[in-house]
Design a protein around this ligand. Structure first.
Ligand code: HAM
Length: 432
């Protein structure tokens, strides 16, 4: 009887060591940048009660849930995003947590959506959020972190842009033109550039808007500068929302990020919980899907049954980011690289293991050495050992029984230039 070979589920990835090395490079850069901005790391469960998502996140995410009923008859969903989990954590310790605070997480997420370029059913997403302040400088902090992170990955200003819009501004404009049902209108506005002008107009007509209102909205969303918007809004609330954006841009400009942000009123975001600034990060020319997206959600904890605690944050997925970095040749080599390979002419395995430990510990001068050390796992000819050393990307091969070495010394070969030397542990470590 033949058994079918097991298949990788659609929209998921295997991470063989070469892929995992790239993945870890992304995680390391995410974590280091978040920590350099003083965000603290948190985690939650990979599944939650289905309830946490239904009706709170907006239809788009709910239709993409992976859900099931467990053996205790509970309706469960694999997490499609982190924000509801974060809101739950905040509600649970609302009194104890000293606000404002800045947290980050790098969850594995699941969405049952059509797998395509930039979109998978399982992916990772850096989340950075600030809880407990309504100040626009929280947005500034998040955007400074995004730009710093993308620069750290090697992207230059101008190769990416953080497009900024405001739900508040949009809401007041909708009110000004007398448009009904903002909650029906947002999902349509979010799809404006994806569905084309005709489908856009039809969907808005279906949502109850007149031709004149649709034309006004289209013009509004095409505004490219604050001055242009100022000419079309008149309410006090809209003016205040615009002033906030102006302050945000001026602050980022002062911190050296002026080239990284721009006004983009075509950004609406599909999720229902956003209440203020919304933003998305794109590659230059928007040739790919968004690298990241986020915004302010001041009433999510309240909607979930807790007190009203303001929040703002974003999610940056690993898939589009890696595609973009690959396109710019900015991913590190996926090849293994070890510091030392311990070899033996006489296959003295005891000496090999003993010496490997010596080099893992490092020299007396280093108090926290973290050298990677490899060696053969079975007796073999020197030629084979060197082949293995090369394959594993070893920098230095150490011979445990070279006849030119005195007591306490080793013969060693620097594989980077092919030169042979003799020295003690200190001297060899110094060569790295
Ligand atoms: P989102 O726009 O759904 O926002 O996702 C943010 C980013 O995650 C996207 O720009 C994209 O890079 C990545 N992403 C989303 N879905 C997929 C997928 N199926 N495959 C690969 N990457 C994907 C949120 O999730 C919000 N909860 C973010 C947030 C945090 N807002 C406030 N705090």
């Amino acid at each position: 009887m033949s058994i079918a070979i097991p298949q990788l589920p659609k929209g998921t990835r295997d991470f063989y060591p070469e892929a995992e090395r790239i993945q870890n490079y992304i995680f390391d850069t995410w974590r280091k940048t978040a920590e350099s901005f003083a965000y603290e790391e948190y985690e939650g469960p990979m599944f939650e009660h289905l309830e946490l998502y239904t009706g709170k996140s907006g239809e788009e995410i709910v239709s993409q849930l992976y859900n099931f009923v467990d053996k205790g008859d509970r309706a469960i969903a694999l997490r499609p995003e982190m924000t509801p989990t974060l809101a739950r954590l905040v509600i649970q310790k609302a009194r104890e947590l000293k606000k404002p605070f800045k947290w980050f997480s790098m969850p594995r997420l699941f969405r049952y959506e059509k797998a395509q370029k930039g979109r998978l059913r399982e992916f990772f997403q850096l989340n950075m959020d600030i809880i407990g302040t309504e100040s626009i400088y929280a947005e500034a902090d998040l955007m400074a972190a995004i730009a710093t992170m993308l620069r750290k990955f090697g992207l230059k200003d101008g190769e990416f842009a953080i497009g900024v819009s405001s739900r508040k501004l949009l809401a007041t404009y909708l009110e000004e033109i007398g448009a009904p049902n903002p909650s029906l209108v947002y999902p349509v506005l979010d799809r404006r550039l994806k569905i084309g002008p005709e489908a856009f107009a039809k969907a808005l007509t279906d949502a109850g808007l007149t031709e004149d209102q649709i034309a006004k909205l289209d013009a509004f969303m095409s505004c490219k500068s604050i001055e242009e918007v100022q000419a079309s809004v008149h309410s006090e609330a809209a003016t205040a929302a615009l002033a906030e954006i102006q302050d945000l841009f001026a602050t980022l400009q002062a911190a050296g990020f002026g080239e990284c942000v721009n006004l983009d009123l075509s950004i609406v975001r599909g999720l229902a919980y956003y209440t203020g600034i919304v933003f998305e990060v794109f590659d230059k020319g928007k040739s790919m899907r968004a690298i990241a997206g986020g915004g302010r959600y001041d009433s999510l904890t309240e909607k979930l049954g807790g007190d009203r605690i303001p929040g703002v944050g974003f999610g940056m997925g690993d898939v589009v980011l890696a595609d973009l970095l690959r396109e710019h040749n900015l991913l590190p080599s996926p090849k293994q690289s070890v510091d030392f390979y311990i070899a033996s002419f006489t296959n003295d395995m005891k000496k090999v293991f003993e010496t490997a430990q010596l080099f893992r510990a490092g020299s007396a001068a280093e108090n926290d050495a973290n050298h990677t050390v490899s060696h053969p796992l079975a007796p073999m000819k020197m030629g084979k050992q060197l082949e293995q050393a090369n394959y594993q990307g070893a920098k230095i091969v150490i011979y445990v029984d070279g006849d030119k070495a005195k007591d306490g010394e080793f013969e060693f070969k620097d594989l980077r230039d092919g030169t042979m030397h003799v020295g003690n542990v200190e001297a060899i470590v110094a060569k790295l």
